[in-house]
Write a protein that binds this ligand. Structure first.
Ligand SMILES: Cc1ncc(C[n+]2csc(CCOP(=O)(O)OP(=O)(O)O)c2C)c(N)n1
Ligand SMILES: [Mg+2]
Length: 344
């Protein structure tokens, strides 16, 4: 997706306004990258090759990929505990992602952060975050800095439906609306907060909360890549052109568990087979492949994209696994002052 994430001018992405065949195939490839990378992690988890647990984004790929297609490298995103997809969609390096999750020195954070802290500030990836909702005020602060610098950057915050029930959500939206900050708030409503259905914990509609603040909002099918791409393109352009913030509620479903380790925690299922089957039939990659075939893309071309991505993922995972664990001495480097105090 080089054409859409290139860095240019005052932070404006070299954005393609038409959902043309080049854009569509680039989006498909990027969604496939997210999917295959996490399928590799599923395998690693089952083989006991991961140092801990992972929260996967499988089934939600259209959101991160559709939104990030409109961002330049110098724009910011904040992410969640389910952050691998956001990282890859914003252009994060694949091998460094695997190495980080494996806890190796070649990781994007030197192997000290792990799955829930993948970040690359140079690419505007301000970080995944284990604290639910914590990325929302961070993106708001980034948007404030863009406004003060008047540099045309935009900040996007991805967060879940559960996070929208934290106080910091309304606090952040309030100040973003009041100061007309260049921010886009993207709520990934996957119908669950851990094992609790959203409708057992959330009053009203999340997107409707913006109306009280005079902020534009949209509620869309988050599994429809074209809809995500078009809606977020408008919201990001509005933010970039001093038109203020927006809230997008993208409805989706996680096709895997809340966390891979949940099979060890739960005594009974919290979702029905019927529900999972219904959403599997609406897998965003299947929907997009159908759309591409309908638009005349040959099966062979889709298979070639998939095979190339699979090979890239396999090579990255193998290389990352060969990276050494971080040197213990470096721990004090990252602890900074706190480390100095502890060792004094
Ligand atoms: C402040 C805080 N409270 C609770 C948790 C425990 N927790 C981790 S993930 C999660 C669910 C979040 O749901 P949602 O925001 O909908 O995101 P999803 O997992 O569905 O992507 C919870 C409650 C936490 N990490 N941080
Ligand atoms: Mg959720």
């Amino acid at each position: 997706m080089d054409t859409t994430t290139a860095n240019s001018g005052r932070g404006s992405a070299a954005r393609n306004d038409s959902f043309d065949s080049v854009t569509k195939l680039a989006l498909y490839e990027r969604m496939m990258l997210l999917r295959r990378a996490e399928e590799r992690l599923v395998r690693d988890f089952k083989e006991g090759a991961l140092p801990g647990n992972v929260h996967l984004y499988v089934g939600e790929e259209a959101i991160a990929v559709g939104v990030c297609a409109h961002l330049a490298q110098r724009d910011w995103i904040t992410s969640t505990h389910r952050g691998h997809g956001h990282y890859l969609a914003k252009g994060g390096e694949l091998e460094a992602l695997f190495a980080e999750i494996y806890g190796r020195a070649g990781g994007i954070c030197g192997g000290f952060g792990g799955t829930m802290h993948v970040a690359d500030f140079a690419k505007g990836i301000v970080g995944a975050n284990g604290i639910v909702g914590a990325g929302i005020p961070i993106a708001t602060g980034a948007a404030l800095s863009a406004q003060l610098e008047n540099d045309g950057r935009v900040a996007v915050s991805f967060f879940g439906d559960g996070a929208a029930n934290r106080g910091v959500f309304m606090e952040s939206l309030n100040i973003a609306a009041l100061w007309q900050l260049p921010a886009v708030f993207v709520c990934e409503n996957n119908g669950y907060c851990e094992f609790s259905p959203t409708d057992t914990m959330t009053a009203g509609a999340i997107h409707a909360r913006a109306a009280a603040l005079g902020m534009p909002s949209h509620c869309i099918d988050g599994n429809d890549i074209e809809l995500v791409w078009r809606t977020s393109g408008e919201a990001i352009a509005r933010a970039r052109n001093s038109g203020g913030p927006s809230l997008i509620e993208a409805q989706t479903y996680r096709l895997r568990g809340h966390a891979e380790a949940e099979i060890h925690w739960l005594s009974e299922p919290y979702r029905t087979e019927e529900e999972i089957a219904r959403w599997s039939a609406r897998d965003p990659l299947l929907l997009f492949a159908d759309r591409l075939r309908h638009d005349g893309v040959a099966d062979a071309q889709l298979s070639a994209i998939e095979a190339a991505v699979a090979e890239r993922v396999e090579q990255a995972a193998l290389t990352a696994a060969k990276s050494e664990p971080p040197l213990p001495d470096l721990l004090h480097t990252f602890l900074g002052d706190m480390g100095a105090r502890e060792t004094a």
